[in-house]
Design a protein around this ligand. Sequence first.
Ligand code: SF4
Length: 725
Amino acid sequence: MNNNDANKTHYIACNLCEAICGLEIKLKEGQIKSIRGDAQDPISKGHICPKAVALQDIYNDPDRLRTPIKKTDNGWQAISWKQAYKEVTKQLKRIQRQHGKNAVAVYLGNPTVHNLDALLFGPMFFRTLKTKSRYSATSVDQLPEQLVSLLMFGHSLLIPLPDLDRTGFHIIFGANPVVSNGSLMTAPGVSRRLKAIRERGGQLVVVDPRRTETAAIANQHLFIKPGSDVFMLLAMLHVVFSENLQSLGTVGEFTEGLHVIEKLVLDYPPEKVASITAVEPQALQTLVRDFCAADSASCYGRIGVSTQQYGTLTQWLITVFNIVTGNLDVPGGTMFSKPAFEVITANKSGKKGFADHFSRVRKLPNFNGEFPVATLAEEITTEGEGQIRALVTSAGNPVLSTPNGNQLDAALAGLDFMVSIDIYLNETTRHADIILPPLTTLERSQYDLAFQALAIRNGAKFSQPVFKAGKKQRSDCQIFTELGWRMQTGNWLGKAGGWLKKEILQRLGSEWIINRRLKQGPYQQSHGLNLKKLKENPHGIDLGPMQPCLPDRLLTTDKTIKLAPQECVADLEKLNQRLLADEIRATSPEYDLQLIGRRNPRSNNSWLHNSYRMVKGKQRCLALIHPQDAKSRNLQDGDMAVVSSRVGAIRIPVVCSDEMMPGVISIPHGWGHQLPGTQLSVAKQHAGVNTNILTDDYFLDTVSGNAALNGVAVSISKDMQARQN
Ligand code: SF4
């Protein structure tokens, strides 16, 4: 690094969450002097949250792996990249030769989507495996939104986004953007944008079992029983039709199924669902009337409603509610982005079907070529043809982030072979035989393919590496193309062609692809957009607000919106039958509370717990419970409690709070770093338990197979052992 480079100021996009805020990183003598929000970023305008500062901790982390390691009888040993590639591909080929292609599975963690190289080059390797055993964090997160988009608009990435900056009325179901910074809605500085709705005379309403940080800045907060949002939405639609408030607006000419919806919601007047949702009928009616009377309005639901038993139905009805009230594809309603790198045409897999294949053991459907991750453990442990015997993980920690974590932990221990592409030896990768560490954020280029496509304001930004990678380090591009080439079989010519392709790809890297796609994209003519232009504008380029784009952007075969997809209608009919049979019970005498999750501004799933500055201070992994529920169980603030579910039990301190709805308990996820064999020296020293020991691999969204992490039936009691101690 020369003197100029050692004292340079870099402008990059933070890739830790979906907000992709612009950062200003100042170096002094080759070390990070400061990380601040980039005030000149035209979209994020200087916004930053506490997590961004931890990017330097990941880069400097002595626990972070920089070269491959292999598990041996004498512990983990460093090996060369050449040896690592050779052994990995030899083992994967052996297992596939002996047990078939599907015996090797792939799991992709959530950071994959925040990593340009992994998104572009990972698929090249995974295709060479020719396995159907594919899993990712999608099925513990946004599978319902993607399925609804596929069924209604023709592509799983064609997701309508709330036009926050122009909306006059915004309803939020099951999301806490003030803390999460927004999800499936790239809106840096989201608190400022939400407060601005009120400042311009609009309304912000939050529906959530907890009075969250977002509810605290809203005009109104409605408590709702976990998992019952589907009933509230059915009743909201009932009010729309019974009061003749429906109006499809601009999308009416190409929307099918309005009468089907009208008929379906007839059975759900607000009074009928009130005992299930705990939402007063009058409050619900007023909400719908005010929403419909507003000049512009948008309704949004996120992870709290996606990760519940009726996640797909709920996301479907949110979209239907926006459409039938005339709030799709209009400013201030919900709209589609127009990204500079057009992922929708580039990502053909987004048009792949739902339920083309079913999982071997439980017969759950696949979607976009992936099975629900809740089935991964049983596919590893259940003998028979197609049993998974080897696993490739990339940037994932499913032991902490997927349901019934203890079961998956035990299943991974029984694999014949596992390789992890990961920078940490963590709760999941401790089961690997070989770990291949790629580069970190500050060592690689970044263009946010996914999040620019989910941005509430169109923009483009290219981040260049802040630090040069060491000679012995490898990028995701190098790792994936090398593994892909080595997995290829066939004749000598095919192998030689593959080698050439790999060499070319490694030389050109992601920059060549980005430049090509930008030049083919929608802003080439209007803005002359290409990579050179982005490099000349390191703060990023504002490409304007979302614009109406339907029906052109629809990808259904007949260019119509399918308001009543058969998959959703069929499941709703089953729900109605369950309701008539009085089978809708969220809890039981044994497990009489419902569990929900929680986010913290300094946590990002399990990613940042090895940064001291992110975990220092008071313990944050606490169970929140309503004072009335605590009292009836003889629990007080600070008491250690045992929380149990059908699949497991954890010990956790309790905090009593009236921000909780009675009957509901909230525990954050991503914690539980005390398992042996990891190399996370900071995280290990900080208390916290894995809430996914409680979540149930058999408690799923009824349509998509997405994990239902919210609304899990649990019980809580005082930890008598702790009292004796
Ligand atoms: S809000 Fe997200 S993108 Fe912005 S600084 Fe924080 S972690 Fe980074």
